[in-house]
Design a protein around this ligand. Structure first.
Ligand code: AMP
Length: 276
């Protein structure tokens, strides 16, 4: 392990090396405290997918269902921006142009998040928005074992609309979507409808849009995804860990199908009947 880390760290800057060491430190405790899902699988999962596909929505639902943290690196970046900390000026420009933040910064934010989680006794994770480059995937691979990678897919003609409709409650941080998507079927291609995900009354007057959810920036984020992040799908496919999932529509249609694909549908039924 030490030799691999040495080879991996050699061409990197000292600050990236120390961030990777921290990441390794927190993740190396995880296998002992593994969280297993009802099917006996370890839950160190990754969600991949283009911006706006719904990674946050489904990763957060699964995190509540399975009792593991949902860690979204985009949220960590936004928290850092909002904190007006030392990195925020540098980050703001990058994020608002739809570009990727450096590996050093992302890995350092992720390590800090894992450190905070460890002190609360957290274990296992569903990562969303990381890894986003082959380099990040290699680093993650060297420091821990990923058990499953879910690649969410959605037809491209609705992605922009979904991003433009996205809203966040500035108070509680929950995500909503005001877009009402209704694409008509044509030339043998089926239509698709997605109902808006509207906020409860207490959030309705506090909705804000993300600064990087404008049309030009979303297009740039999609371009960056195809250039830098899509190869990560192949990385995990070659390891036999990739599960492709085509979203058939909005949450009511997609959530039960995703649970079925993950073989967790009976678990959710049992849990809902226990709660009812
Ligand atoms: P997201 O909420 O996942 O769309 O992320 C918002 C922004 O945060 C991205 O457009 C990037 O600028 C930055 N970001 C999030 N995760 C990463 C990552 N793994 N690597 C580099 N930049 C990231």
């Amino acid at each position: 392990m030490a030799a691999i880390m040495h080879r991996l760290l050699k061409p990197t800057s000292p600050s990236l090396s120390s961030s990777i060491s921290l990441l390794s430190r927190y993740l190396s405790t995880f296998p002992q405290n593994a969280v297993v899902d009802p099917k006996g699988r370890n839950v160190q999962w990754v969600f991949l997918g283009v911006p706006g596909v719904g990674k946050g929505t489904y990763a957060s639902r699964l995190s509540s269902l399975l009792g593991v943290p949902h860690i979204a690196t985009g949220d960590l970046v936004r928290e850092e921006l909002a904190s007006s900390g030392p990195l925020s000026n540098q980050l703001e420009e990058i994020v608002n142009q739809g570009q990727l933040v450096s590996d050093e910064i992302i890995i350092s934010l992720l390590s800090k998040r894992l450190e905070a989680g460890e002190s609360k006794g957290e274990s296992g994770f569903i990562l969303d928005g990381f890894p986003r480059t082959i380099r990040q995937a290699e680093i993650l691979d060297e420091v821990t074992d990923i058990d499953l990678v879910v690649n969410l897919k959605l037809r491209e003609d609705v992605l922009l609309e979904k991003c433009l409709g996205r809203r966040i409650c500035s108070e509680c941080g929950k995500n909503f979507n005001v877009a009402s998507i209704n694409v008509k079927g044509e030339s043998g291609r089926p239509g698709m409808s997605m109902a808006p995900l509207l906020p409860p009354p207490q959030c309705a007057s506090k909705l804000v849009s993300r600064a990087d959810d404008t049309e030009d920036v979303v297009k740039e984020r999609l371009r960056v995804y195809y250039d830098k992040s899509e190869p990560v799908e192949g990385f995990y496919q070659s390891q036999g860990k990739l599960m492709e999932f085509d979203l058939p529509g909005g949450i009511p249609e997609s959530w039960p199908k995703l649970l079925e694909a993950l073989n967790l549908d009976d678990h959710e039924e049992k849990r809902s009947s226990a709660v009812a």
